[in-house]
Write a protein that binds this ligand. Sequence first.
Ligand SMILES: NC(=O)c1ccc[n+]([C@@H]2O[C@H](COP(=O)([O-])OP(=O)(O)OC[C@H]3O[C@@H](n4cnc5c(N)ncnc54)[C@H](OP(=O)(O)O)[C@@H]3O)[C@@H](O)[C@H]2O)c1
Length: 390
Amino acid sequence: MEVWAAAVVALYIFTVAWKLREVWHMGVRCDGANAFAVTALALALVLGGGASLQLTVCPDFYGGALLGCSLALMFGMERREKLLLPSGRAVLVTGCDSGFGRALAVALSQRGLTVFAGVLDENGTGARQLTERGGDKLKVLQLDVTNSSQIEAAHRHIHTWVGDAGLWGLVNNAGVLQFPADSELQPLAASRRSMDVNFLAAVHLCQVFLPMLRKARGRIVNVSSMAGEVPMPGLGVYGASKAALGLFSGVLRLELAAWGVKVALIQPAGFRTNIFGSSESAARLRDELVATVTPEAREDYGEAYISSLPGRLARMSQQSAEDLSPVVDDFCHALLSTRPRPLYTPGQMGWLLPFLHRCCPTAAFDAIAGRLFKHTDCRPAGLQSPQPRT
Ligand SMILES: NC(=O)c1ccc[n+]([C@@H]2O[C@H](COP(=O)([O-])OP(=O)(O)OC[C@H]3O[C@@H](n4cnc5c(N)ncnc54)[C@H](OP(=O)(O)O)[C@@H]3O)[C@@H](O)[C@H]2O)c1
């Protein structure tokens, strides 16, 4: 094989591998961009594969064909989406004390948007660091999303600031995971907190800020979780609160289309943030659980099992990705692309597990889930004896 022909084979293999990686990261979604990407890749694989097999027969002709396939892949599969100009647009992001919210607030303000960064504690370390890092485009606001008077105060403040231009974006990011524990053991008060912060607060904020969002024909971005689509043991109420938010977002998307307001849902996989809490918060939640669990459940599950539950948080945190940029990129796309997607699934297996959950027979999915979500080797006391209590 001639040298140039070998070079085009190498270029072709590299381009296909690169584009495969891109398609993998886009995830399995039934939107136009994905359908186009998968079709383009499949065509190039068939044509390019055939051309590389024929290369030794007629190197010039088939080499040229292969080069054509690589160039078509490189330029034909580029996202044909434009980003909107950030200047003159204002966005409210909740839960900016840490994690995704903080990273997003900084990223958006660096791009030139005005960011109202809602924090749970305006005197806390997170808020202080945000004020130090953000420039004049970033305005830190006290905003406990479960507190109606703080929501009203934030509304007044933002309304005065944005005036007739309206608010471009509302990102409902604030969330709590609390304690991964069997649903039977979860304290009801903790379940109510999850529903309040993860779901009802987002509903309330949408209602309060929609007049301003409609004025700007802006965007709502809600943050769900993979646990909101895939049943994960230990995350029953957390998952249910996110599932509720996911469904609510779908309904909003349909209702608000006529107003020109677009709605996106971000459904991340595991990322290492403060969501997994600290050893102190885990101990506090464990005490709450011990204080509320029924005597029967305490006996059946056993002290050893209950004490092992906080360890799940540490294990989940260890298994999570450190780099938050895939999530921040998806937020930015949802807020600034001319064609935002209805669903983003950043992170490892972010699309794969929901896909398996939708497509596999239940028995097969349950077998996979049983292995994947085994966060502890400790079993409940009642399952260790040969004859569990009836
Ligand atoms: N990290 C992941 O793997 C992951 C995966 C899927 C979905 N998510 C979702 O992503 C969102 C952001 O989480 P994260 O991972 O960035 O965790 P995080 O660092 O804990 O961020 C959540 C933020 O929300 C704040 N918050 C809690 N209750 C609030 C309230 N009542 N009002 C206002 N703010 C409140 C928290 O403040 P404090 O820190 O002071 O409590 C924290 O700053 C959450 O909705 C979470 O459910 C995360």
